[in-house]
Unconditional design. Structure first.
Length: 89
């Protein structure tokens, strides 16, 4: 896949989930974000009490606070959390 060689450190901890409409969302802990990723954002990432970020081609959302066990949750559970997240756009 194109662009894999330019991955950022946070990508290794991110998860990809797909919603009911077929939209892919990248999910990651904002506290794990790299400076390169932050430079692409319209806002600065939270470094204290970071949120869980849901990012797609349609929207970027933050759920605060980031659940400490989010990586262990199922895709369906993450989609439910995303429903409570606030849009950053």
């Amino acid at each position: 896949m194109a662009g894999e060689s330019a991955s950022t450190p946070q990508e290794s901890t991110a998860r990809i989930i797909t919603d009911a409409q077929g939209v892919e969302w990248e999910v990651y802990d904002e506290g794990d974000s790299s400076m390169g990723l932050a430079l692409d954002w319209d806002h600065l990432p939270q470094t204290v009490d970071p949120g869980l970020i849901f990012s797609s081609r349609l929207d970027r959302r933050r759920l605060w606070p980031c659940p400490p066990d989010w990586r262990a949750r199922s895709d369906q559970q993450l989609l439910e959390l995303m429903g409570r997240a606030r849009s950053l756009l």
